[in-house]
Design a protein around this ligand. Sequence first.
Ligand code: 5GP
Length: 206
Amino acid sequence: MAGTNKKGLLVVVSAPSGAGKTTLCKEISRGLPNLKHSISYTTRQPRPNEIDGEHYFFVTAEKFKQMVKKGEFAEWAVVHGNLYGTSKKQLSSMLNNGIDVILDIDSQGAMQIKKNWKAGVYIYILPPSFDDLKTRLMERNADAKDEIKKRLKNARKEIPYYKRYNYVIINDRFDKALEKLKSIIIAEKLRIERFNKNLIKEKFGS
Ligand code: 5GP
């Protein structure tokens, strides 16, 4: 976006599993070409259709732990019994190259980023209700029954974290939720503290 700072904007999005966050995050980068996903590392097994290096970097627990030891993660967490982490190198290189980055991570990871990276916009996505969340998880059919139970239990613990975010979006209608997410990102990029003041000086001399 013309006039904005060279450093990219960091957008952190969390939600309980099944709130539609992944679909929203995927769609949003289509409308905002400078916004890219950071590809997380995980020890979870790939689902059918998931591609290594595209959806996640699928690694062994041993490899993941080595990376933790070497301090290679900007944040990492155990989510639904698997390890997930964001590469520090990938994240800083994207931001330093002026790319806006969207992190689709759980609240434990989001809070680590908030503590260590400061700048950034934190958005929480909620489903319209808990029953709706249950239905969505069951309809999605991507996970086994036990996995769905685990995700619902985690959702109860996860949802109260919404208070620590800057924005909340209730995903009752996908197109509306997408519009809201897009509006937040566009407005955040225009904030005075993120604006490239040298550019204004060059153009207007003040
Ligand atoms: P899924 O296994 O359904 O793809 O993701 C499960 C949860 O892990 C989601 O809430 C997702 O946001 C979160 N997650 C994905 N990548 C990361 C990551 O790098 N760090 C953290 N902390 N959570 C992640």
